[in-house]
Design a binder for this molecule. Sequence first.
Ligand code: ADP
Ligand code: MG
Length: 575
Amino acid sequence: MARIVVLPPDVQGQIAAGEVIERPASVVKELAENALDARARQIEVQLASGGLGRIVVRDDGEGIAADDVPVAFARHATSKLARADDLAAVPTLGFRGEALPSIAAIARVRLTSRRPDADAAVAAEADGDGARAAGPIGAPRGTTVEVHDLFAVTPARRKFLRAPATEVGHVVDVLTRLAVANPTVGFRLEHDGREVLSLPAVREPRQRLVQTLGRERATRLLAVRAAADGYVVHGFVAPPADALRSARLLWTYVAIGERGAARWIRDRLLLRAVVDGYDALLERGRYPIAMLFLEVPTGDVDVNVHPAKLEVRFRRAAAIHQLVAPALRTALAAALAPAGAPAASPRASALAEAAPAYGPPPTLPLGRDTGASQAGLWAPAPRGFASLRFIGQIFDGYLLCEGDGRIVLIDQHAAHERVVFERLRAEQDAGRIARDPLLVPETIELDATEAALLGEHAAALETAGLEGEPFGERTFLLRSVPRLLRGRDAGALVRAVATELAEEGASAAAARATHAVLATIACHSVVRVGQRLASEEVRALLASMDGVPVAAHCPHGRPVAAELTRSQLEALFHR
Ligand code: ADP
Ligand code: MG
């Protein structure tokens, strides 16, 4: 390991400085990152009083040479960077030499470290007044940093902190993010003497996800890997049915090159690419579970733009979108293949969807996770929807069918919507969506924002067969409608499209806007819940479902079908 040196002033000047330490979790992040940079195999964290009383981070990494220990507390002292040029290829999580001095400025710190080849450990103490050597002592290999009385000298900052449990929650998040990127390292967290998190070292990334997301979710994850142009993306995404109402489990990491440390970042571009990868599969306002790692060639990412290193700047944003979105699309399409795909044992996801229909989960025998690989997700009608025996329509909106060893329920509206959406999309891909010109253009009253959005996305509307233009500030003049919608209330449709576009935002990519428009058209053109269907209509619908690529979800990502297997049914009656 390199010696710790104070960076020359020109390099110091190029480093994004800032207040790094906001709360106990920031201290843990910096210290655990240092442990990872020192190639620790095991990282132990102890907190007292939510971290305000004491934070201890212990690792079994390479340690610090005796002479270097006091230097580590100097501002801009680092062993990870020598020249400004190195910033473009920094392989470690740290590089600024700011964490230890920043922590010492607001707390009392004691650091003990022993290199594997050293006879004894050395200790140093540091606080706002500077760092002092505290003599050799006996200690195992590695480094321990103890932080006492955090923010005692800055009571204003202390006031901003939440209850200890909340602060511990932030520490759990920080450690979990690091742990997901470093499965072969063990992590443990204790708060006030009680174990809060225990992630023993594992061999495979997926095993770490079993530890952090739970076995059921982790088993359903789909592997993703793609490369182009020096960029690589790999990791895991969950099927759309697992999506959440927030992006809290949509994690993205970036590394410089194959050997660079994976850095957890928040990045709008990556988030967008992931959501676009799910395409029509996500319900509005839902975010997928995804754990993705992006490797970027040297020089294409600047990791030195955010004080807490939580954001980066990409040089070729488009290349990333072009890699990530299709990679996800491919992985999801393969897994969600419709009828004809290999039948999997019923999955917990499918059961969870089915659960409300059959009463509370105590009565419903939730299937055991088989631990099988992710290949072949749930297929409610493995031999095709047309092969199902239609029993009847229930609650005027659901089709009750019997299939091989299972009862299948279909949401008629969601199913029809999916079919129409896919047909529209196929028409669009093949050239042009069939449309009918209106003999007299229809004037549609809107509010000013809606009118502006429709103007903005005129191209997307046009593609979908809704030709027209804004007329004055609050009116849209519609000249053609998609043929599918002949005879329907075009005004209601256009207003619904405007609402969808408003949710997408003015800057939505053209493809996304088009998708929103097609989904709205599909939704408006199809049978509603509450509409009686003749059995020929049902049979036609079932047959048409077999022709669409992803049968299990409507364009808004809601499930189309749910099932109850024979064994579940029998279990209900204790057979
Ligand atoms: P940076 O990580 O940006 O280099 P820090 O202030 O976090 O800056 O740490 C300063 C230096 O102290 C590091 O460059 C490293 O050499 C050393 N160091 C800190 N923590 C550890 C640790 N746990 N194990 C080994 N070395 C460490
Ligand atoms: Mg550091």
